[in-house]
Design a binder for this molecule. Structure first.
Ligand code: APR
Ligand code: PHB
Length: 390
């Protein structure tokens, strides 16, 4: 097989890239190692920055997002029995965010690609990328029991944190941070108890109230690293959430049947550079952030927007200005989002080795956001999404 851009991975990064290239008249093939059912069910975050929504619209992939997505104008911070709302439009010159699950973004992109092209092969596992320094890199992959090759002009490594692409890059530099706690996430068949997301810091640990629709809630609890979800029966989850969200008024948490429960480790990782020869990494293949602030999907989308611009420029004019600076362009935003996710994580979680000093400093940070328009504006600008460096 031959194509212009070989895309490894059919997560949000690979699928959106394929869609943007297809609309620009550039052919590509997406290889995804898992089945369609698997990629459409994988639970991930669900907060889309304005720029992410704009990119999905530009890709002609926002029909359902525009009708079912929940537009949010702020978030609530809870701490020390207080609640404080951060209003995005008034602090950012009109920006909002949209709550729409990553699983739904993936379903929409898969349906479009299967209907309109380009080729999307499920259960097609990339085994190696050969000759990335040449003008014709080759992806070796396994599909329907046979080993095959895909010869390309460019290869996009969109195969997530556990993919093979990053390993093809020669010596680079990696930065990692492991946090000494994890998140227990639950999906519940109950109307959200709030209109906007609640980020709560309590002495018992962090809790987040998010949602998927007007009748489905998504909630998270900080738990110790290595926690087994089976140690958290439903009643224990609800009791702990209620205790962490408790404020001094009559707010109450609505309970309902829990339909999914899983534990996510908390870590940050950045690999530099994001390009080697004609192999370019995008999304989780190059970087991951802790989920506080939901930047993962949004960063994958901003990488892909830059990558698509670079490939379109190369295809139309033979120039490679954007591709030559691809890594630096992406990494500016990646490091800003990593810094923001790290700040939010540290401000809201209790450390197992934390003491009274840590506790007071966290509260002082939160009180500063509540008291100062500048501090709140800084949070709002980062949360709703920093501009693309193009
Ligand atoms: N060959 C083909 N596909 C592969 C291979 C391989 N060798 N290895 C991994 N994959 C596939 C995975 O099955 C997955 O579907 O690559 C895809 C990568 O998708 P994601 O992990 O969703 O990564 P990305 O598209 O970069 O999206 C980033 O995902 O982890 C979240 O928080 C993150 O929301 C962010 C988003
Ligand atoms: C989610 O809805 O899953 C979500 C929202 C915001 C976050 C993390 C996760 O910060």
């Amino acid at each position: 097989m031959r194509t212009t851009v070989g895309i490894i991975g059919g997560g949000p990064a690979g699928l959106l890239l394929a869609r943007l290239l297809h609309r620009a008249g550039i052919d590509c093939v997406v290889l995804e190692s898992r089945s369609r059912e698997y990629v459409e069910q994988r639970q991930r975050a669900g907060m889309l920055e304005q720029g992410t929504v704009d990119a999905l619209r530009e890709a002609g992939a926002a029909a359902r997002l525009d009708t079912e997505g929940l537009v949010h104008h702020g978030i609530e911070l809870r701490f020390d029995g207080e609640r404080h709302r951060v209003d995005f439009p008034s602090l950012t010159g009109g920006r909002t965010v949209t709550i729409y699950a990553q699983t739904e973004v993936v379903k929409d992109l898969v349906a479009l690609q299967l209907a309109e092209g380009p080729p999307l092969l499920f259960e097609a596992e990339a085994l190696a990328v050969e000759k990335p320094e040449s003008g014709a890199p080759v992806v070796r992959f396994r599909h329907e029991g046979r080993e095959r090759t895909l010869t390309c002009d460019w290869v996009a490594g969109c195969d997530g944190f556990h993919g093979i692409s990053r390993g093809v890059l020669p010596a680079g530099r990696s930065y990692t941070r492991a946090y000494p706690y994890a998140w227990l996430g639950v999906l519940a068949e109950v109307a959200p108890s709030c209109e906007e997301l609640i980020y709560a810091r309590s002495e018992r640990g962090f809790a987040l109230h998010s949602m998927r629709s007007p009748s489905v809630s998504r909630l998270y609890l900080q738990v110790p690293e290595g926690t087994d979800a089976r140690d958290w029966p439903d009643d224990r989850v609800w009791d702990e959430l209620a205790a962490r969200f408790a404020v001094g008024d009559d707010w109450a948490l609505c309970r309902g049947p829990i339909t999914a429960k899983s534990v996510t480790p908390m870590r940050a990782f950045v690999h530099e550079p994001m390009r080697h020869g004609r192999l370019l990494l995008a999304g989780d293949a190059a970087h991951i952030v802790p989920p506080t602030g939901a930047k993962g999907l949004n960063l994958a989308v901003s990488d892909v927007r830059i990558l698509a611009r670079g490939l379109v420029e190369w295809h139309r004019s033979g120039e490679s200005h954007v591709l030559d600076h691809y890594s630096e362009l992406c990494l500016q935003r990646v490091w800003q989002a990593t810094r923001f996710s790290d700040d939010m994580t540290r401000m809201l979680h209790t450390r197992p080795d934390g003491d009274a000093f840590d506790h007071q400093v966290q509260l002082a940070r939160l009180r500063r956001i509540a008291a100062s328009r500048e501090a709140a504006a800084e949070l709002a600008a980062n949360y709703s999404g920093l501009p693309l460096p193009l």
